[in-house]
Design a binder for this molecule. Structure first.
Ligand SMILES: [Zn+2]
Ligand SMILES: [Zn+2]
Length: 200
């Protein structure tokens, strides 16, 4: 499993354009292969063609900017101004879960308010096999038991069956941000959804 890449660097050095990935072959070039201080450094989105080449040649998963993305992939231009500079990747592995409703809606729930599909209102339900009906107001016990309030009052506590309509799905996200690092000055980390600037 390799982290997904959203941008590549391109530097202008001694008037020459040096991209991280060869636009024809997709082959990666190391930042240190061309020592020296570049005049300009860019972070750019991949074109669909280049993304395909990089995935074939380097087996690095890449998201191309085909112009349809809602968030858009940011472009950056840095003028090193004679300072030493380097660009490297910083990877993240994030775990998260979400629910999927039979209507096709996927949504996250953080434990606040009822667990309910925001699109069609579907909920998980509780069923009592003694009363033979679904129960809207079950008794939730601390130990995780869920009981029928009617049977409880009748003195014959009964556990409820969960009718699971909303399915819990566990997922993860593996991606790499590009970090523009100017030693002793600043660092700019560019991800698909955010940019972090840190003064060093
Ligand atoms: Zn729904
Ligand atoms: Zn009951």
């Amino acid at each position: 499993m390799r982290p997904v890449l959203y941008q590549y660097w391109l530097k202008i050095q001694s008037g020459k354009e040096i991209p991280q990935f060869d636009p024809e072959t997709g082959k990666e070039r190391g930042w240190l292969e061309d020592p020296g201080i570049p005049e300009k450094v860019y972070l750019l989105p991949f074109s669909p063609y280049m993304a395909q080449k990089v995935q074939e040649t380097e087996q690095t998963p890449v998201v191309a900017d085909d112009g349809t993305s809602e968030i858009g992939i940011p472009e950056w231009e840095i003028d090193p101004n004679g300072h030493e500079i380097k660009v490297f990747r910083r990877g993240y592995y994030t775990c998260f879960d979400y629910y999927v409703c039979p209507c096709g809606t996927a949504f996250q729930w953080f434990g606040q308010g009822p667990l309910q599909c925001p699109n069609c209102g579907t909920k998980n339900e509780w069923y009592c096999d003694v009363c033979d009906r679904t129960v809207d107001d079950p008794i939730f016990l601390k130990n995780g038991e869920v009981r029928c309030p009617v049977c409880e009052v009748n003195g014959a506590p009964r556990g409820l069956l969960k009718i699971e309509r909303l399915m819990l799905v566990e997922d993860h996200d593996l991606r790499a941000n590009q970090v523009i690092h100017v030693p002793g000055k600043f660092e700019i980390e560019v991800g698909p959804e955010y940019v972090r600037v840190k003064v060093l």
